[in-house]
Write a protein that binds this ligand. Sequence first.
Ligand SMILES: [Zn+2]
Length: 183
Amino acid sequence: MTSLNAKEEDEYYIAFDYVPDNQDIRNKYRQLKQLVEKSEAKIIILDMICFEYFILSFDKLVSWTGTGKTDKIKMRKDILAAIEDHRIDLSKIKNQTTMQYLSGFKKYSTERVMKSLVGEFTQNEKWSVKGQLMGECWYKDCCVSEHLDSLRCGKPEVEEGSEKMRMLIQSEEVQRVIGEVII
Ligand SMILES: [Zn+2]
């Protein structure tokens, strides 16, 4: 942002992964806010928890990926219900197994939990959300897996790639954060 040559008539949006239980990110967020306050340009910070949170909270995640991990499905439910102020409110987690899963993290942060749990649901490379590009089942017509005999895709009820992307973007959580920006 320091190198941004802001034009007055433009609006700028910064998508920021705000994870308050990570000290380093908290510091960076503070710096960014100061820069935004000093700037003349119209800059809006979209404070998301992290990209993985969008994926995890997407209501079609379980059915689309076709995961059979019932324990992780339960944990996902517990954790999503406990999100408050950009973090997992541990006092809201009543389930022992979920609590054990959370306490198993070496360097615990909400973002790490989201990343790791999303990884459990998207192990099929066609549903992956790691790296630069999302797996092809997210945006291409289903199903494109080359390993048809070990198919780990839930075969979504909508098959068209662009339709799937539209559903993800229009999902509740994504809309809450970026809805007014892109629609
Ligand atoms: Zn597929």
